[in-house]
Design a protein around this ligand. Structure first.
Ligand code: GAP
Length: 516
């Protein structure tokens, strides 16, 4: 199973490179670890994802507006937010493999292994008992499963306590006690656990002293917090209201791996929703449902998503959950939804000495709003789409095709226009069709190779439609349109192409689905 998932990720990485989605960064110098460049199709897919998010947040909600704050911020920002003092990972090295791991991730992975054992027991028992099998009862009473669940609870409880108390010695002891081995060397030869700050720093101007040290932002959220009153006043916003932003964030991740899943430079799409204190948990639930609906509107199967409620809450949160996606490497965090209380605004108020209170015209009171945030990694979303879309299909004639079943509204190229031959005026006709459609749709023209090969090339980049111009086109202004997923073809009039594409590839119908 693990092998199969590994293979799938490898296939996606090489497919993404071969077809111009994602390249290793500065590849001519052998690349830079955990840094990637988006190619011509990748940039387009990324923009379409951004557009889906931005429109669902900003365009569809009267009370959400968007901003674009600077990456560099006053260094006191990161003192107030807690990132200077607390944005650390507990790291542990294996002395034999020289590989570095996050201590909490080693423990999470250990618990996941136990969960897999439970799953196996359940599957075995379900087979044995057939129709009379009661899963809940089995989980509660089977001695082996009960023991496994107790183990998980024990690890969770101890891990939470140790992380909360920054008890690094106890964290190491727990890893040793559980006999966790390095996945590379297989040994238990661990160093002590140490804290490591994840922010990148640089100097502002030419003098390198402490006062000029600034950071590359590790999250976009703080650009929203420090601007919240600017936006509230200039936009005459009333609570509850939201501010959205898409932008780069930087973290000196120690264990940056798994392709674009964990990078040192990545992009976030974040929205902070400012609410009246006391209403935040209601809004938190509301945003959890809205965000999962946004994901599910992509049409991937529902069992690809699950919520993971945080055991260890970050220093700023009173509730937090991740939306996890079933990536080729298993379920992992795709998006976070956090109820951040008034932590950030109050901390900025204190350190800046500037009032950040909202005057509530309904109650005539002034207070610091509470904040519910939704925060999704754009690159992770890109990987989720690619991994779900990637499919190797064996056709009826036993030939193989690789097809990217990207939801049509996100596909980089919406339609390819293909003259059947390079002669008889077919290319001119194809160009004419492109010229009529290109204002609204991303299209590709291709006349090279057999039509079959051209279809395969478009399948491999996820183009939902291929429009073929043949000799009949010259006679009656009709073309064949081939559907990527079913490979079915139909003959349609050229003057219906615009509305046909509009119906099939526009974002509007997906946004309407979210409203319903
Ligand atoms: N403002 C809250 C915040 O930044 P986070 O859970 O640290 O919360 C939010 O990050 C999202 O950003 C994550 O769910 C993930 O999708 C994405 N993300 C975080 N670190 C990342 C990395 N190193 N590479 C790619 N995406 C990352």
């Amino acid at each position: 199973m693990a092998q199969a998932s590994d293979d799938k990720l490898k296939k996606i990485v090489s497919h993404a490179k071969e077809y111009g989605f994602v390249f290793p960064s500065s590849e001519i110098y052998d690349g830079l670890s955990a840094t990637y460049d988006y190619g011509q199709l990748g940039a387009s897919l990324k923009n379409n994802i951004k557009s889906y998010w931005w429109k669902a947040m900003v365009q569809m909600n009267e009370n959400i507006v968007g901003i674009d704050a600077a990456i560099f911020m006053h260094p006191k920002t990161w003192k107030a937010s807690g990132h200077v003092d607390a944005f650390n990972d507990p790291l542990i090295d294996n002395k034999d493999s020289k590989k570095r791991y996050r201590a909490d991730v080693l423990l999470e992975e250990h618990m996941e292994k136990i969960r897999q054992k439970i799953k196996k027991e359940v599957t075995k028992a379900a087979k044995r008992f057939g129709g009379s099998f009661e899963e809940a009862m089995f989980i509660q009473t089977n001695p082996r499963v009960v023991k496994y669940n107790e183990q998980i609870k024990m690890i969770e409880d101890r891990m939470r306590t140790y992380l909360e108390n920054s008890d690094l010695v106890a964290l190491k002891q727990l890893i040793e006690e559980l006999g966790i081995v390095c996945p590379i060397s297989g040994s238990k030869n661990w160093t002590d656990v140490r804290q490591f700050n994840l922010m990148f720093s640089t100097e502002l101007g030419s003098v390198a002293d402490d006062s000029s040290k600034i950071y590359l932002r590790p999250e976009t959220a703080q650009g929203i917090f420090v601007n919240y009153l600017n936006v509230q006043k200039t936009g005459r916003m009333k609570l509850p209201f939201g501010i959205a932003q898409i932008g780069k964030a930087f973290r000196n991740e120690i264990i940056a791996r798994q392709f674009i899943f964990r990078m040192r430079e990545f992009e976030q799409m974040e929205m902070q929703f400012f609410v009246k204190p006391g209403t935040e948990l209601e809004w938190y639930e509301n945003w959890k449902s809205k965000r999962i609906a946004w994901h599910k509107a992509l049409g991937f199967s529902d069992d690809k998503y699950r919520f993971h409620d945080h055991i260890k809450l970050a220093h700023y949160a009173n509730a937090a959950a991740d939306i996890e996606f079933d990536f080729p490497m298993g379920f992992k965090e795709l998006e976070g939804i956090h109820s951040r209380t008034d932590f950030d605004l109050s901390a900025h108020e204190e350190l800046s000495g500037k009032k950040l209170q909202y005057f509530d015209p309904e109650t005539n009171e002034s207070y610091v709003p509470y904040v519910v945030e939704t925060s999704i990694g754009l690159d992770r979303m890109f990987l989720a789409v690619m991994s779900e879309a990637y499919d190797e299909e064996t056709l009826e004639d036993n030939s193989q095709r690789v097809v990217l079943r990207i939801p049509a509204f996100l596909a980089p190229i919406k339609a390819a226009v293909l003259p059947l031959t390079k002669k008889d005026g077919l290319p001119d006709k194809a160009r004419e069709i492109i010229n009529g459609l290109k204002f609204d749709y991303d299209l590709q023209y291709d006349e090279k190779d057999s039509i079959g090969k051209r279809y395969r090339r478009q399948d491999a980049i996820g183009t939902p439609f291929c429009i073929t111009v043949d000799h009949q086109t010259l006679e009656d202004n009709t073309v064949t349109i081939r559907h990527r997923d079913s490979m079915e073809q139909e003959r349609v009039a050229i003057d219906t192409l615009h509305s046909l594409l509009q119906e099939k590839v526009s974002l509007t119908s997906v946004l309407k689905q979210l409203e319903a």
